[in-house]
Design a protein around this ligand. Structure first.
Ligand code: NAD
Length: 397
């Protein structure tokens, strides 16, 4: 199962309502009845994807959708070309009924782009996190946005634990001595001066949903001093008790108590730039910050300044405020005063081969439900019928 049983009430479908107008009464772009145009924005895998068919989330392997859609007579366009008005995405979206995009190579559906997509009825996120769609604009147009909830939450939680350890144990400085020959290829003191145990530290998560809770669960055996969470939703039932986590209601109060902060909430109006020059001041000097949620939750320049000044000993994660990240992005070059403290990688934590199978299957299911006029799994719906279907994208009435 995707969720711990104690956590069920937070995440299972509360009501299952007919989500979509039955196929027969819908109008599609195509002149042929019941034919739709599906546009998928995926990352290109090149030869690697041809060699490894389990790389389902690539333009080559197409989420396993090609045969299925072609057999049903639908039009299916796949591209990785997504930036600007002359991109293939911009050209193809104008008459697409469905857009599928993956957060790893997001097709950004801004308000302006949505305005050009006259036939758009459904956006599917092949993965988790639908901030690449302007959700308010989608609501105004009654466009449904659905994602494959839970599909990669373990993949990300494992990556969070890895990144925390990479930073706290100062792994990269040691690794670079070995593979790049830095510090003469072997200088233990240069590694150890910033290396600590995770045991005895206070670790807190911003967002204690599916991923945040799994991070807390995985931290339990490390005997941290305390586990904290900051979220406007309480953990359900005895979930907090099971991991011995304490909720802190005020963000600055929360930040001031943590040695390690891990960010696990969606990006929305209330979380964009949440970690900025001002809130970083509340963090302990020498703390570590890990963000695998969305790059834009942490202000790029403020994080770089904090790492370089030594206020933060390190920052790590896999998400960037624009993807692919530009060559001169501040997080590529930032280092602390001792040449460490950077645990950034490209966005891949939620796209392990295990995860790709799950989100590809989930994408097929969402699409098939829609094509057949069947209700969606409630937990997969982000916005529907002009309103938010989830409580995770900010506190709303
Ligand atoms: P979820 O919906 O289960 O949980 C999100 C939690 O964040 C909820 O409990 C919600 O109340 C909380 N939250 C929202 N706004 C908040 C705020 N202002 N302050 C504190 N908490 C807030 O979602 P999830 O499955 O745990 O995923 C969380 C996010 O992780 C996704 O939205 C996505 O952006 C990101 N993600 C990244 C990857 C990756 O590969 N790096 C993969 C999957 C998901």
């Amino acid at each position: 199962t995707i969720y711990p049983s104690s956590h069920l009430s937070n995440f299972v479908a509360r009501t299952v309502k007919p989500a979509f107008t039955p196929l027969a009464t819908r109008s599609f772009s195509s002149t042929q009845p019941n034919m739709v145009k599906v546009l998928a924005i995926l990352y290109s895998g090149g030869q690697v994807a041809q060699d490894e068919p389990r790389l389902l989330g690539t333009t080559e392997n197409k989420l396993g959708l090609e045969k299925l859609l072609k057999e049903q007579g639908h039009e299916f366009v796949v591209t990785d070309d997504k930036e600007g008005p002359n991109s293939k995405m911009a050209k193809e979206i104008v008459d697409a009924d469905v857009v599928i995009t993956t957060p790893f190579h997001p097709g950004y559906l801004s308000r302006e782009v949505i305005a050009t997509a006259k036939n758009l009825k459904l956006c599917i996120t092949a993965g988790v996190g639908s901030d690449h769609v302007d959700l308010n604009a989608a609501n105004e147009r009654q466009i449904t946005v659905a994602e494959v909830s839970g599909s990669n939450v373990v993949s990300v939680a494992e990556h969070v634990i890895m990144t925390i350890l990479v930073l706290v144990r100062n792994y990269n400085v040691g690794h670079e001595q070995i593979v790049l020959g830095k510090d003469g290829g072997w200088k233990v003191s240069a590694i150890a001066r910033d290396a600590y145990d995770l045991e005895g530290k206070v670790v807190g998560t911003i967002g204690a949903g599916r991923i945040g809770y799994r991070v807390l669960q995985r931290l339990v055996p490390f005997n941290c001093k305390e586990l904290l969470y900051f979220d406007y939703q309480d953990l359900p039932g005895d979930a907090a008790k099971q991991v011995n986590a304490r909720r802190v209601a005020d963000l600055k109060d929360f930040l001031s108590q943590c040695d390690v902060v891990t960010v696990n909430c969606p990006l929305h109006e209330g979380t964009r730039d949440l970690i900025n020059a001002d809130t970083i001041k509340s963090m302990k000097k020498g703390a570590w910050l890990v963000n695998t949620a969305r790059g834009a939750i942490c202000n790029a320049e403020a994080v770089k300044a904090a790492v370089e000044s030594g206020h933060l000993l390190g920052y790590g994660g896999d998400v960037w405020n624009h993807q692919p990240a530009p060559k001169d992005h501040p997080w590529r070059s930032m280092k602390n005063a001792h040449e460490g403290g950077n645990a950034m990688v490209p966005h891949y934590s939620g796209t392990t081969l295990d995860a790709q199978k799950r989100y590809a299957d989930g994408t097929v299911e969402i699409l098939q439900n829609w094509l057949n006029g069947k209700p969606q799994t409630q937990a997969n719906l982000i916005v529907e019928k002009g309103d938010y279907a989830t409580k995770a994208y900010g506190q709303r009435k």
